[in-house]
Design a protein around this ligand. Structure first.
Ligand code: PEP
Length: 251
């Protein structure tokens, strides 16, 4: 099964989002194609109604690490569940860099999501400077060990990791398939070695960063890729559809 996650960031009104889904939910999806839409918070409820009889799932783009309380402007996992949300993006580089979320907060959010049976899509990735200094693997292992610190083996086996090199997000410069593969294999072996000493676990790893209809095929051909997290190219029905149906055949 391959995941195709649309991260709409701070885009779309309710009418625009419903219009997108009116078209998209009529597309027939094979068992291999698993589509998740991550709209802004205000659209979760109307989209959950629109997706009631559809295979398409909903993700939030963020969530706070408490059940409820005096946290002005935040959203709790209870409220996400109320909107039939099954997934949540945690640790996106825009959250880390613009809103200063650190590894400690991210690790609390990951734990809290599992408490409510919401599967986190946990983003990790290096900046251009870190890559140029040869710090890619150090950065990613730090993010992984800090983020996963509070999780049980069972939770780690259910998490979805998204490798998103920061220099590739929204820039039009995607990682080459070789660069992405090297890091995917690293993440996979880091997790097997550190968390599954006794048994092999199939941890899910997505790639994100300037995925388009033109590069999807090459990216999906690398070893250990379970799908993609798509920003810009998920905003138009046609381009997202081309990404989901990258194999070409109508199954
Ligand atoms: C993202 O924000 O997760 C992302 C991958 O964005 P884009 O596809 O626009 O690079």
């Amino acid at each position: 099964m391959k995941y195709f996650v649309a991260n709409w960031k701070m885009h779309k009104t309710c009418a625009e989002a419903l219009d997108f889904l009116e078209y998209f939910k009529n597309i027939s999806l094979s068992k291999e194609e698993y589509v998740i839409i991550a709209p802004p918070f205000t659209l979760l409820w109307p989209l959950s109604k629109s997706l009631q009889d559809s295979k398409i799932k909903l993700s939030a783009q963020n969530m706070y690490c408490e059940d409820k309380g005096a946290f002005t402007g935040e959203i709790s996992p209870i409220q996400l569940k109320d909107c039939n949300v099954d997934y949540v993006i945690i640790g996106h580089s825009e959250r880390r860099n613009i809103f200063h979320e650190d590894n400690e907060l991210i690790s609390k959010k990951l734990k809290k999501a599992f408490e409510y049976n919401i599967t986190p899509i946990f983003c990790v990735g290096e900046t251009l400077e870190q890559r140029q200094k040869g710090l890619t693997f150090d950065t990613i292992s730090n993010q992984l060990s800090a983020g996963l610190a509070k999780l049980s083996e069972d939770e780690i086996s259910k998490i979805i990791i998204a490798y998103e090199p920061v220099w590739a997000i929204g820039t039009g410069v995607n990682a080459t398939p070789e660069q992405a593969e090297e890091v995917h294999l690293f993440i996979n072996s880091f997790i097997q070695k550190n968390y599954f000493k006794n048994k092999n676990s199939d941890v899910k790893i997505l790639y994100g960063g300037s995925v388009t209809p033109s590069n999807i095929k090459d990216l999906m051909n690398i070893s250990k890729i379970d799908g993609v997290l798509v920003g810009g190219a998920s905003l138009q029905q046609e381009s997202f559809l081309k990404i989901v149906k990258y194999k070409g055949e109508d199954k």
